[in-house]
Ligand binder design. Structure first.
Ligand code: CO
Length: 208
C-alpha cells in the first residue's frame, strides 16, 4: 500500500465536500451532535460510516475485536458514558459481522496470549447458548449464529449500565443489535426486543 495515496485521496475528499458546500468544514469544526453510537468490530472489511451511508458528524464510533461491551473495559465504557450522558445519543448500536475472526479465534483451543481474557467473554456467550449452538452441525452456520448471539449479549451488557438505564428512563434511548454480512454487504437488524431484555435485566441489574 502506497500511503502517498492516502493524502491524494484526502485532497480529493476536501475538494468533493467543498464543491457541494463551501462551508462544509467550517460547520464540521463547530462541533458534533451525533444521534447514534455505533459499536462495531475492528475488522478492516466492516467500516462503520460507509456501510450505513452516514457522513462525518452523524455517528459516534467505537470499534474493538468482536464488538465487545465489557464492563471493566475503561475504553468502551468511557465511550458509552460520553456518548449517552454528554452527546445524548438516542440510539446505541452493536454491530457484529459474519465471518468474524475474533469470534472464530475465541472458539479455538489455542493460547492467544493477551487475547485470552478478551475472547473468553465470547466463550461465555457460547456457554450461555450452548444447547442451541451444539445443535447446529454446519460449522459456518454455527459461527454465524454465535456472531448473532454475541451481538445480543453485548446489547444486554449495555442495558446493564447505569448510563443506558437512565437515558432510557429520561428520553427513551434505544439499543439495537445488527449484523453486517460481509458476503453480500447487507446490514441485518436482529430486531432485539430491547424493552423485554430491559425488563428482565432490571430485575437483577437495576442501577438507576
Ligand atoms: Co470481527
Amino acid at each position: 500500500m502506497n500511503l502517498e495515496h492516502v493524502f491524494d485521496n484526502n485532497e480529493k475528499f476536501i475538494k468533493d465536500k467543498l464543491s457541494v458546500d463551501h462551508n462544509y468544514f467550517k460547520k464540521l469544526g463547530e462541533g458534533q451532535a451525533p444521534e447514534l453510537l455505533y459499536i462495531g468490530c475492528s475488522d478492516s472489511r466492516v467500516s462503520a460510516e460507509e456501510l450505513m451511508g452516514l457522513e462525518p458528524g452523524e455517528a459516534f464510533v467505537h470499534r474493538n475485536i468482536a464488538n465487545m461491551v465489557i464492563s471493566i473495559d475503561v475504553n468502551v465504557m468511557s465511550v458509552v458514558n460520553y456518548a449517552v450522558n454528554h452527546l445524548k445519543v438516542n440510539h446505541v448500536v452493536v454491530c457484529g459481522h459474519y465471518a468474524c475472526g475474533g469470534v472464530k479465534a475465541a472458539m479455538l483451543s489455542a493460547d492467544l496470549g493477551i487475547l485470552n481474557p478478551w475472547l473468553r467473554n465470547i466463550r461465555d456467550v457460547y456457554r450461555i447458548h450452548k444447547n442451541e449452538l451444539n445443535a447446529i452441525n454446519d460449522e459456518e452456520k454455527k459461527y454465524d449464529r454465535l456472531v448473532e448471539l454475541n451481538v445480543k449479549e453485548q446489547c444486554v451488557n449495555l442495558i446493564k449500565t447505569a448510563a443506558v438505564q437512565k437515558a432510557y428512563r429520561d428520553r427513551g434511548l434505544k439499543v439495537h443489535g445488527w449484523v453486517f454480512d460481509v458476503h453480500t454487504g447487507k446490514l441485518i437488524d436482529l430486531k432485539i426486543d430491547f424493552e423485554k431484555y430491559l425488563k428482565d435485566i432490571m430485575e437483577i441489574y437495576h442501577l438507576d
